[in-house]
Every structure is written in C-alpha cells, then in structure tokens.
Ligand binder design. Structure first.
Ligand code: ASP
Length: 327
C-alpha cells in the first residue's frame, strides 16, 4: 500500500492528536449534601448504599460527557438520579416543613451564556431540576415559585406527583420525633441537598442544585439552592459551583458567585477561592456546609467545614472517586 504525502501527513497528525497533544479535559463533580455525617453514626450497609448510589450518578454523568453530551445534560441527568433516590434530601426523600409537607427548591445555570432557571416551594413536581431547566429554556424569567411554577410546568407536561410521593417512612418518623422534642429539632438541621457541576468536551460549564431544604423549615421558606449566585453558579470564564449547607448563610454570603468572583477578579485558583469562602468567610459567620466546583480547565474543589459531605468526581483520564467523611 502506498500513501501520498498529504495522506501520510494526515494520518500522522491524527495519531499525534489522539496520543501526544492534550485532549480537552472534561468531567463531573457531585454532592449529596453536607452535614453531621460521621462514620460512627453510619452502618456499613448504609455506607455501601450511599457509595454505590454516588458512583452510579458519576458514571451516568460521565458517560454523557464522554459521548460528547453537554455539561448541562450531564448535570441534569446526575441530579435526576439523586432526586429519584430516597437516600438524598431532594425529590423523593426530601425533608419536611414544620407542617409536614415537602417543599422543593432547585436551580440550574449554563456557564456558556449565563442563562439560569430556578424554582422554589414546589410541592408536586417529581424532578424540580427539570422544571428549573424549563424556566431557563422556555420562559423569559429566571425564577418561578409555588403554584405559578407548577402551572408553568404543567403547560410543558412536566411529571407531577402527589406530595406523599416525596415523603419516605424515615423522613416521616424523624418529623414525628421532632414535633415532640425541641432538642431533637435543634440538632436536626438535616442536610442532604444534591448538586452537580460539569465541564464538557467543548469547554462549557454548568451547575445545578436540588433540595427539600432544611428539616422543620417554615412553610414558605426558601433556601440558597434555588438562588443563583448563592447555591448555584456557572460561568465559562471561571467555574461552576453547587452548594449545600445551612442555606441562610450561603445566601447572605452569595457563596457560589463569590467563589467565581475571586477567580475572575483576583485570579484565585478554584480550590483557594473555595477555601477562602467556606473555611474562612462562612465559618466566621457561623454557617456550615460545603461546595463542589469545577473550573474551565477541569480543576476541581470539594470543600466543606461540616463533619462530612457526600461527594465524588469523575474526570477524563481518571477513575471515579467517592468520599463521605472528612479526610
Ligand atoms: N442548602 C439547603 C437549604 O438551605 C439545605 C442543605 O444543603 O442541606 O435549603
């Protein structure tokens, strides 16, 4: 077989581009909530269950990215799995308000064009992150709440469920215990929000967060998860961030946007920016929780000041990693 010069050059170029030249890095980082997550409180079975669930989420998100899908699709799919799992405080398994009802918040942001969508206080939407995405893509608004959000979702055929779908036996029992005991209530700040951030092969970043909020929250209370800039932020110039923790503090600090701003204006690395905001600013204010993030080069952060955070990452050229406790 004989090659012309041009053909040979092309083949060599192809081989080189696949092997020697750096490929665009891509990957996904997820969290399943931060809080009082101690090894001493965990059974081996529970631990294995969480680990398997998080790994499955990572693999699903990674596959989308590896197949050339968008960061937004990877984030959306990852969050859907955690919303459908009773293990996490989002979708099924959400915590309850003081009235014993599940009220869900979610948001999503596309780093490519700074488009964002959010919903708060929805009570019948099976996957709130899907509705947040619809708000972003099909409405001129960023945030819809309560009945209005649900009515908008119905127009687009979003899946609706009875509120009882969200309430697992475990959550109902802990709600009943807390109703009786004020002490239990104080300890309760049950976290378990879910979030995902991703970088796709085209260099686009996206972030999403979905939650039932905080156990025993006031009817109508909205946390940081649906607030763009607090619980969720994505900008291709800097990073994609999703937060979990005591939402009021994250709102007051504008946590997710603050991390991005430190990178944009002060040239911080993603991890240094995350440490500054979580370990320094959030801790000083008295808040607890954490964030996950990925930047445009595929550097990541998983920073928290609580006892633990369900978390993991799956980056191109690497294996999936899942962690639960403080290192
Ligand atoms: N950040 C959520 C909220 O305040 C709760 C959590 O992450 O556990 O609604």
């Amino acid at each position: 077989m004989r090659f012309s010069g041009a053909k040979a050059f092309f083949i060599i170029f192809l081989i080189l581009s696949q092997t020697i030249l750096p490929q665009n890095k891509f990957g996904i980082v997820i969290h399943g909530g931060a809080g009082t997550i101690l090894k001493s409180n965990m059974t081996p079975e529970k631990e294995a269950e969480y680990t398997a669930a998080l790994k499955h989420v990572l693999e699903t998100g990674y596959k989308i990215l590896n197949d050339g899908g968008t960061a937004l699709d990877a984030v959306n799919a990852a969050i859907n799995i955690m919303e459908d799992s009773p293990l996490f405080n989002a979708g099924k398994g959400a915590v309850l308000t003081e009235k014993g009802v599940a009220e869900l918040d979610a948001s999503v942001m596309d780093g490519k064009n700074l488009m964002a969508g959010a919903v708060a206080g929805v009570k019948h939407v099976k996957n709130p992150i899907n509705l947040a995405r619809l708000v972003m893509e099909k409405s001129p608004h960023v945030m819809l709440v309560g009945d209005g959000a649900e009515e908008f979702g119905k127009e687009f055929g979003i899946e609706m469920v009875d509120n009882s779908y969200f309430i697992t036996k475990e959550r109902w029992e802990s709600y009943q215990r807390m109703l009786k005991r004020e002490e239990e209530r104080k300890k309760a700040e049950k976290h378990g929000t879910v979030g995902a951030v991703a970088l796709d092969k085209n260099g686009n970043l996206a972030a999403g967060t979905s939650t039932g909020g905080m156990m025993m929250k006031k009817f109508g209370r909205v946390g940081d998860a649906p607030i763009i800039g607090a619980g969720t932020y994505a900008n291709n110039k800097t990073c994609a961030i999703s937060a979990t923790g005591y939402g009021e503090y994250f709102i007051r600090l504008g946590v997710a946007r603050d991390v991005s701003a430190l990178m944009e204006y002060k040239n911080y690395s993603i991890d240094d920016a995350a440490k500054e905001v979580i370990m320094n600013k959030l801790s000083k204010l008295g808040g607890d929780g954490g964030i996950i993030g990925i930047d445009k080069e595929g550097n990541i952060t998983m920073t928290f000041n609580s006892d633990g955070m369900y978390r993991g990452h799956f980056l191109s050229g690497e294996q999936p990693v899942v962690k639960i406790y403080k290192e």
